[in-house]
Every structure is written in structure tokens, then in C-alpha cells.
Design a protein around this ligand. Structure first.
Ligand code: SF4
Length: 223
């Protein structure tokens, strides 16, 4: 089964896949993704939505107005909260200082929200706390760029299925981006995350009802 057939099968289980992170503004999306590193989306949403953090933080200026100490206090239930607070505070300052608009998408954002989230991997990863994976998630969700961010779930699924044979998430991302057609990359990212998060889980994957059993490398090795 090729990757397109695999994605089609997964889409039958998870139609209309979207990010599970809560956000209303582009800046909030960036913050939610930064917060989600090594933490579940559920835990992030608890803080940003249920505890009302995003009621207070809609733009980078809101972060500066809140201040580093208060921000730290607000996110203390999230793993690595001290370094995340520092990064969010610093990247807010960086975003406020960006004045050059280099694309129509950035122009739209600036006119509508008064700030720019860079729309290239090279630029977005210059922000504090934004590595390649975080940058790709934002570029994919916000700008529909043809990238495939790979987290632990996507990495596991693709290796188990034998689509890639890689050691790191970055290697998987580089390989899978060559295989998946550009117009499917955005959807593929969400489908593979959902499949890994809820179906092909790290422990106790639901192999007993999986349509990929016949050719799944992991399943057939375990038999
Ligand atoms: S057979 Fe099991 S390990 Fe393989 S893809 Fe399906 S759920 Fe994952």
C-alpha cells in the first residue's frame, strides 16, 4: 500500500482532520505550538482555553504587558514552563520588531492583526523557542505551506508501517516530504498525528482492527 492509499484509509477513521490545539489568532497558534513541545495538546488547551490564558493573550503586545513572571505563573502546570515562558516572552518582542512584509500572506496578517508571523521556515525558526518542527506546524496550519511536521506519533507510525526507516523525527520529516504530494501534505500531517495518537499508539496499538496489518513491519515482526 502506498502512502496515498494509507492516508485515504486513515481519513475514513478521521474525516476532516484539524489541529486539536485551541487558538483564535495566529499569534495564539504559535504560542500553543510552542507550549505543546513535550506536552499533550489536552494539557495545553486546559491552560489556554479552560483557564483562560488566551482571553488575556491575543497578541505579542499582550505578552509584554503581562510580563515574564506572570506568564510563568500562568503556565506552570505545563512541562518546561520556565524555558517556555522565557521563549514566549522573547519571541513576542521579536515579533513586535518585525516590520518588513515579504509576502501577500504576511501583508494580510499585518493588516488584520498588526503583527507578522514569518511565513518561511528560515525566518520563523529565528524566533526563540521555534525549532524546525514547531515552525513547520505553524507554517502548515497557518499558511498551508507544503511541509510535513513530524512529532513522535508521526515518526512512530511511518516507521512501523515501513514507509520510512529513520532514527529521528527530523529525518522522517525530510523523507516523507519527498514522498507526499504537496497538496496532501497539510492533511497528511493531521491524519498521521491522529492515527498515532489514538490508534497506532505507542503502547497497545489497535492492531486487532487495523487495515494495515498485512504489510505493517511492526505487526509482522511481533507475530
Ligand atoms: S498494525 Fe498495529 S502497529 Fe501496524 S499500523 Fe496498525 S495499529 Fe499500528
Amino acid at each position: 500500500m502506498n502512502i496515498i492509499d494509507i492516508l485515504n484509509q486513515i481519513e475514513k477513521i478521521y474525516p476532516n482532520p484539524v489541529t486539536e490545539l485551541y487558538y483564535e489568532t495566529p499569534f495564539q497558534l504559535l504560542i500553543a505550538v510552542v507550549l505543546s513541545a513535550q506536552t499533550t495538546d489536552k494539557q495545553v488547551n486546559k491552560v489556554t482555553k479552560n483557564q483562560g490564558l488566551f482571553q488575556k493573550l491575543k497578541s505579542p503586545q499582550d505578552v509584554i504587558d503581562m510580563g515574564y513572571e506572570a506568564l510563568k505563573e500562568n503556565i506552570k502546570t505545563i512541562g518546561l514552563y520556565k524555558s517556555k515562558a522565557k521563549n514566549i516572552y522573547n519571541l513576542s518582542k521579536q515579533i513586535i520588531s518585525i516590520k518588513d512584509v515579504s509576502s501577500n500572506e504576511e501583508r494580510y496578517l499585518f493588516d488584520r492583526f498588526g503583527y507578522i508571523i514569518p511565513d518561511s521556515l528560515n525566518e520563523i525558526t529565528k524566533l526563540d523557542g521555534v525549532g524546525e518542527k514547531t515552525g513547520k506546524v505553524v507554517l502548515s496550519v497557518l499558511y498551508n505551506k507544503p511541509v510535513v511536521p513530524v512529532d513522535t506519533h508521526v515518526h512512530r507510525v511511518l516507521n512501523r508501517l515501513g514507509i520510512v526507516c529513520t532514527k529521528t523525527e527530523l529525518q522522517t520529516s525530510a523523507q516523507i516530504e519527498k514522498i507526499i504530494p504537496d497538496d496532501l501534505k497539510n492533511k497528511a500531517h493531521h491524519l498521521l498525528i491522529l492515527f498515532g495518537r489514538y490508534f497506532c499508539k505507542s503502547k497497545n496499538p489497535k492492531c486487532y482492527k487495523c487495515v494495515f496489518k498485512e504489510f505493517c513491519k511492526y505487526y509482522n515482526l511481533k507475530k
